[in-house]
Every structure is written in structure tokens, then in C-alpha cells.
Design a protein around this ligand. Sequence first.
Ligand SMILES: [Zn+2]
Ligand SMILES: [Zn+2]
Length: 352
Amino acid sequence: MDLGGEFCIICGSTSPLVHERMCENCMRDRLNLAKVPKTVQHIRCARCGLVEVQNRWIELSDDELWEELVQRVLTVHEDVVGLNISLASERIDDRNTRLHLELFAEVHGVKMIEQHTIMARMSNGVCLTCTRKAGNYFEATVQLRSAGRRLEESELQQMRASLDSLRAEMQPDPMFFVTKEGPVQGGYDIVLGSKGLARTWGRRLIQRWGGQVKETNSVVGRKDGVDLTRLTLLYRRPAFDVGDVVRWRDDLWRIASWSNDGALLSKISHSQRTGSSWRDLEKAQVVCRHSEQVVVELLSKDSSAGEFLDPSNWRTCTVRLPYDHQGEVSVRLARIDAEWLALPRLNVDEEE
Ligand SMILES: [Zn+2]
Ligand SMILES: [Zn+2]
């Protein structure tokens, strides 16, 4: 033995020292890449399956949950660099899953591999949303109605679906739940856990389908010196939609778009646009809905008229071209009083 050279303070070996005067073998024996507890607990909502993570209830796949739990409990040695973890799960029973970890990393230039197992243990809980739902908690009722006509089933479905897409876009909130919903005389009612969601949805309904919202607040009690109120939002969808042809002030118009307090109308006979309030529009009468209009190919045309095959009987018909026609091969038609009428174009026609 060369007593003049360096040697491992643990085993006395003269092989190269890698850290704190230890040889590689002794460092491997004494250093762990990470400390891992034997078990880790998590809470899952017994009603909806959401998992509690850092005081929030979120939706996680099993694999995401295992990763989250490992991140939560793993204490990595401070000298570790380039840590890689491979994770495999082994289901034991409904509540217990054994997680097998393999850690790969480098410490003081020495590559190390280490294995651990953790038992992930699930306990049942009830999330905030489910607690509130079970108590029939609600803050707001949204009433979907129409102005002077019956809402079609497909219209109700579209309006209801817009609530789901709104919720998907918004930051998740445990109060964004539906307590109760269903058809009622003249429309559809939805009872919601959040006033904020109800109001945002009301604005969304107006943007998309026009109309107006009426808000009523009622006091239902007092808590901690503050009035507890409930909100009722009455949404009235107009009798017409963007793209419809309406008779208004003895002329035919198309609804071009919604405005702040009504709609923008586009005249059919010539280029003219005008704004109109909801009050003004009460007398508007729908003569051809956007969904009832047809687009036909022109067989021939001159500067003012075009020929097409009438889709109802396949006879050749002639129609005066709309004022904005610029040589397009097709034209949009409305059937009004047993006559075909060619329509000037609107943005909504392109969206179809
Ligand atoms: Zn040693
Ligand atoms: Zn739940």
C-alpha cells in the first residue's frame, strides 16, 4: 500500500476518489439519489372522480396522477444532475397502487441507477362542486325564451350547447355547475351554481343570436350581515336570425348582423343598410329564414337576369340577379309568395 497517496477514508482503497475522499463504491453505498416515503395518500371525489391536488379538485388521468404524486413526495439529493425517472404502476386493489420508480442520474461524475417503490393510497372524499350540487345549491336561473314564436328543438340544443363550449373556454371554477335544467312552458330553464357564469352566458347568447336579457335579483336571506341574492336572467331570442329575410316597413330586408340595441338590416332591392332597435323590429315579420334559403347554380345569365333549375320541380326559371352580383356562378334564393327572389350577399352566407 502506498501510504503517501490518497486513499478512501471508508475502505482504504487507493482507487480514484470521487467525492468527500470516498471511492466510487463507497459513495454509491452511502448516497441515495432521492428519498421516497413508503406510502403517499391522495383524495378522489367519490361522486365525480376529480382528484384533489394542492387544495384544488382537478381531472387527472391515472398516469398524470402517479406523476403528480411522485413529484409531490420525491426529495432529490442536492448533488444530483440530469435526473430521469421511469415509472410503472401496479394495481393492488381499488385503493392501492404500487408505483415502481427507476431513477437515472449523475452524481459527481458517477452515473447511478436507483429503484424505489411507493404505495399510492386513495381515500374517498367529496369535492366542493359535488357538495354544493348535493345540497341543491344555486345562485342563478337562466330562462331561455323567444319573442313571439316557438323555439325549435334544434335551436334550444344549440343554445344549450353554447353553455358547454363557454365553460370549456373559461378558467375552470368549482361553481360552474348545473344544478337542474329542463323544458318549461314556452322555453327551457337552467339553474346554475354561479351568477358570473349566468351573466357571461347571457352576453354570449346576445352576441350569437341577438335579443335581450332581463336581470332580476331577489333577496333570499342574509349571511354575515350581507344579503344573499339570487339572479334570474331572462333571455329572449328574437323571432329572426342573421341572414333571414324580413318584411319591415313595407320592404324586404335581410338581417345583416346584431347591433348593441337591435340589428343592422340590409335592403334586398338595392344597396342600403340601416340600424334598427328591438322596439322598431317588433313589427318585422320573417318571410324566409336563412335555413330555408337555397343556393343554385346559374345555367346562363346576362347583365340583369339569370336562368337556373327550380329545385322544387326541375324546370328552368329566370330570376333577376341581386344588385351586388359580380358574375358569380351561383346565387342565393328565397321563396317568397310563390316567387323566387335572388338575395344580395351577407357575411353569414360565407360562414355556412
Ligand atoms: Zn471506499
Ligand atoms: Zn365531485
